[in-house]
Design a protein around this ligand. Sequence first.
Ligand code: FES
Length: 240
Amino acid sequence: MSLSSRAAASLARQATRQHASTVRCASATMQKRNLGDASTSHANFTSPFTRGTSGQQDTTVIPSFKGYKSGSETGNKVFSYFMVGAFGGLSAMGAKDTVQNFLVNMSASADVLAQAKVEVDLATIPEGKNVIIKWRGKPVFIRHRTAEEIKEAESANWQSLRDPQKDEDRVKKPEWLIMLGVCTHLGCVPIGEAGDFGGWFCPCHGSHYDISGRIRKGPAPLNLEIPEYDFPEETSLVIG
Ligand code: FES
């Protein structure tokens, strides 16, 4: 080997040693830095479940939730009241709509309401005559009473009757007697201008009603029922 070749090999070995030394130093520095960071973070961390000096786990240490707490108690109350009020209002509106829709569905339709009232022209009923009309599926007796009939009805000893009632409590105008034509015994339709008292007679079981529709004889327990009615005009009658 020549002199120049030996010198070159020696320089190459020296350069390799210096590089390895530099790498070792850098590695050691990084390890020290990492160890330093780890020890610092470990020093800052406080476990809520630290063990006591006796080696027992300390269960009395409660984790802190301060980070989750709201800063203002008033703000929490305002928010709670707002939510309760808003949802309460919405619920009340929903309940009101539900009830309203239910009631609207349950109410009578227009055709049913039209049948609820019946108007009668009284000018077409002569004195001393009966007229029977149909109202809500039931017969209604309309009697244009004479002066004698009114006198007879008013003079009766009503206190002694089975269903005591004054004649004036059964009519709005003495000359017009309006009653349901349904016997109060078992629901037959009595016959007008018949019976022992000049009023109505029920042939089913023999009940006699007087000229005021009061039960006078037979098994019927009550007087003939008076429906709701009114006289909107002098010669007009509205039943219902
Ligand atoms: S139903 Fe009229 S008397 Fe019996």
